[in-house]
Design a protein around this ligand. Structure first.
Ligand code: GTP
Ligand code: MG
Length: 411
């Protein structure tokens, strides 16, 4: 008399097993790793606010590149979209062939969405590091009321980011602390990446390997003039450092790159009425590929500490770009600084691209970017009057007239 319900139960179990088997064999909802990718055929479409199974994170992230190197991004949670844009382009143009890891730095914890989306965008391993407060906030010797007063003054004078407290912390951190972060101690080379930048050409080689094999320590892509108001006393501090530490200055340095003024290198434009010998030229540090041991070495350490005592990161608005530039120009052999002339790059509002048609086509460059106010930028800034590149060619390591790498090969 109880057979009816038993048949129904057995039939339900049978249906469940058949359905489960079919969905497995169909790549539908379980089984091997690929079957869990949400866009796979037969996967359920999740509601718009749902997160999918984290199983795709299990993709093979084993590093292929041979160097002890990492990509590094200091970034805030709200910059996620821009971070993904930069990552997407750098992965497509370079890193997917090498799978170097990414290190993300922040003075507050990264949120789950940031971690999940950047991990999915990366081809290599990802690390999310919290910056200790003592590495981020003003050091003890900074007079905070004076700092606040100067912030107000910079703001009133309309100095770009001068009135933004966190910007001062960022420049101070990037000048003297990023390379000491615990995670970065594991690496010898770094590639700095910022949100919302664009890489416009295929790399077609490993830039870390290029630097190491050619005995280089620092690579840049754009060199321009700094706003004088942000670095009024910087050169005084640098001079004090040079006088106190003459042995640390490299005999084959690039001091002429940062202290000469002739205007023929800037289309006749003169950087007039400067109150110091510093000509304001600097490598734009939003793109940097460099050697972390150099920054962790005695010379740069003493240089940074000397500048830090001066207080200009907080009382003025010294940027990490002029601070890095003056440091590498004085403390390195100038031939150890490399201009990546074959890599197209955009960071608002400037673009740079290779000039040679061979390089442009073989590296599949797209030399155009959406600039401020939606104005299309199609011309690089290398030879504009505010560029310092011609000065680098004359006083740095010179202009290369031969390809220094094989642009057509991968390692
Ligand atoms: N975690 C964290 N990152 C920051 C902060 N301020 C800036 N950054 C990051 O530091 C880098 C430089 O900051 P930007 O705001 O791009 O400075 P910038 O390049 O001079 O100015 P933009 O023209 O606005 O790009 C970027 O990678 C930012 O994401 C901050 O307060 N906290
Ligand atoms: Mg930026």
């Amino acid at each position: 008399m109880f057979r009816g319900p038993l048949y129904v139960l057995a039939f339900a179990i049978y249906c469940y097993l058949v359905f489960h088997y079919l969905s497995l064999s169909d790549n539908g909802g379980g089984g091997d790793d690929d079957s869990r990718i949400p866009v796979a055929k037969g996967s359920p479409k999740l509601s718009s606010n749902a997160y999918f199974d984290p199983e795709p994170l299990a993709k093979d992230r084993t590093q292929i590149g041979k160097e002890n190197a990492t990509l590094v991004m200091l970034v805030r949670n709200f910059e996620l979209k821009g971070a993904l844009l930069s990552m997407r382009l750098l992965e497509d143009r370079f890193n997917r062939h090498y799978k170097y890891p990414w290190v993300f730095l922040n003075e507050v914890p990264f949120d789950d969405e940031f971690i999940e989306k950047t991990t999915l965008m990366a081809s290599g391993e990802t690390f999310y590091e919290l910056i200790p407060p003592e590495d981020w906030f003003p050091p003890k010797h900074i007079n905070i009321p004076k700092f606040k007063l100067n912030l107000e003054e910079l703001y009133n004078e309309g100095v770009v980011y001068g009135g933004v407290e966190s910007y001062h912390n960022m420049c101070h951190f990037n000048s003297g602390y990023f390379y000491r972060q615990k995670r970065l101690l594991n690496y010898e080379w770094y590639f700095r990446v910022e949100p919302d930048v664009q890489y416009l050409c295929d790399f077609q080689y490993d830039p870390f390997q290029l630097l190491r094999e050619n005995n280089k320590l620092y690579g840049f892509i754009i060199a321009i003039h700094e706003y004088e108001r942000t670095v009024i006393s910087l050169w005084d501090a640098v001079q004090g450092f040079m006088e106190a530490n003459p042995k640390l200055i490299h005999p084959h340095n690039a001091i002429n790159f940062i202290t000469t003024y002739e205007s023929d290198l800037n289309k006749g434009h003169t950087v007039e009425n400067l109150n110091s010998s510093y000509n304001l030229c600097h490598f734009w540090s939003n793109f940097e590929i460099g050697n972390l041991e150099f920054f962790r070495g005695e010379a740069y350490g003493k240089y940074f500490d000397y500048l830090d005592r001066y207080g200009g990161f907080y009382y003025e608005r010294w940027g990490d770009a002029p601070v890095h530039t003056i440091g590498v120009s004085l403390l390195m052999d100038r031939d150890q600084i490399h201009h990546f002339e074959d890599i197209g790059y955009y960071h608002l509002p400037f673009m740079t691209c290779p000039k040679s048609q061979d390089v442009l086509t073989s590296k599949r460059c797209i030399c155009s970017a959406n600039g401020p106010d939606n104005v299309q930028i199609n011309v690089g800034m290398e030879m504009e009057k505010f560029s310092c590149l011609a000065r680098w060619w004359r006083y740095g390591s010179g202009k290369l007239f031969m390809n220094d790498v094989d642009y057509t090969s991968f390692t």
